[in-house]
Design a protein around this ligand. Structure first.
Ligand code: FMN
Length: 353
């Protein structure tokens, strides 16, 4: 296929390029993949409201994420093992994010070290996603290295005390080549990548969050919240933010699509916490809907990953720029000068979903 021009083209090229086993790993969900499917369908239940003759020459997609100025409200979500998608891996993804002005969240299961990612994009806004291993010392070391390397928040993923039942992953053959992060080395020493997720402490509790939040010098964001009650507990135990997420439909199949969970969480904690959103972002108009429903920013997992798989760093940059551009066009057509102007008044429920 020729150089892809659109988001849909990029995904098609990505799926042609990647080893079929890894394609299954990246695209898959859990169970019957109901939540995976509903994450995207949920966006079709909302309409964006067009406004006209607003006298606007241009719009801005600039905002802040956890207090850091960014040019785009689309954060690159933590996605494991990016060198399985393309040899540019996390280093290429970090360069792409910095070039577009998106923040990046690096997975615990990264194929590049925190120092390599920091060196690749020294000016980029970067966060570390954390899985807590049963040996908490491994996690503490990783966080310390990341803070040293200028990572400015820890995203504690809480929706994976055990691994979801992922049929596709159970069928594939895991092979490794690169394991530069200590956490990844540790995981690999203890089995395959599939098995390595089982090294995660299954019994974390709110007291752990409180200890973590009071012991690290950067804000802690709780990733994987779907209930307002849990968002309130996150606020009470020291979190600076939450990510409304169902892990891209890879954990509890049958869990609600994140777009349905978002409004109640914004209502419960929106005045106290940064509320980020992910799972199902496929187009810039999806970003507009999530922001209008009260998210401060969104994370995109599979979309930038398809860009990386299609054309390495350049492909990831293209996807992030396409998402930003689509958002900018939507903002203009809705008569919003900036993302911060998006409110509930800019969306309506679909009459026929
Ligand atoms: C292949 C893959 C690997 C992922 N690895 C991680 C991970 O290591 N840590 C984590 O917190 N979330 C991980 N996630 C979840 C993403 O951070 C994010 O929540 C999800 O991809 C958002 O949904 P989307 O793909 O529809 O944008 C992964 C998702 C995918 C698709």
């Amino acid at each position: 296929m020729e150089t892809p021009l659109t988001l849909t083209d990029v995904e098609a090229v990505a799926l042609e390029n990647i080893d079929p086993d890894w394609a299954e790993y990246f695209r898959g969900g859990s169970g019957r993949e109901q939540t995976l499917a509903e994450n995207t369908v949920a966006f079709a239940r909302w309409r964006l409201r067009q406004r006209v003759l607003r006298g606007m020459e241009t719009t801005s997609t600039e905002t802040t994420v956890l207090g850091h100025p960014v040019r785009s409200p689309v954060v690159v979500a933590p996605v494991a093992y990016q060198r399985l998608a393309h040899e540019d891996g996390e280093v290429g993804m970090a360069r792409a994010a910095a070039a577009v002005g998106s923040a990046l969240c690096l997975s615990t299961y990264s194929n590049a070290s925190v120092a390599e990612v920091a060196a690749a994009a020294p000016d980029g806004v970067r966060f570390l996603q954390v899985y807590v291993f049963s040996d908490h010392g491994i996690t503490d070391d990783l966080i310390a290295q990341a803070v040293d390397a200028g990572f400015s928040a820890v995203f504690l993923t809480v929706d994976l005390p055990v691994v979801g039942i992922r049929d596709r992953e159970r069928r594939i053959h895991w092979r490794f080549s690169d394991d530069s992060l200590p956490s990844v080395r540790y995981a690999h020493d203890h089995g395959s990548a599939g098995e390595s997720l089982q090294l995660i402490d299954p019994a974390l509790d709110w007291a752990y969050l409180e200890r973590l939040a009071s012991s690290v010098s950067v804000p802690v964001v709780v990733k994987g919240v779907l209930e307002p009650a849990d968002a309130v507990l996150a606020a009470e135990h020291g979190a600076a933010g939450v990510v409304v997420s169902n892990h891209g439909g890879r954990q509890l199949d049958g869990a609600m699509p994140t777009l349905e969970a978002l409004p109640a969480i914004v209502e419960a904690v929106g005045d106290r916490l940064d509320v980020l959103f992910d799972s199902g972002i496929r187009r810039g108009t999806d970003v507009a809907i999530a922001l209008a429903l009260g998210a401060d920013a969104v994370l995109a997992g599979r979309q930038p990953l398809w860009g990386l798989a299609a054309r390495g760093e350049d492909g990831a940059r293209q996807v992030l720029e396409l998402l930003r551009e689509e958002l900018a066009v939507a903002l203009h057509l809705m008569g919003c000068r900036s993302v911060d102007e998006l409110t509930l008044e800019h969306v309506a429920r679909a009459v026929r979903p």
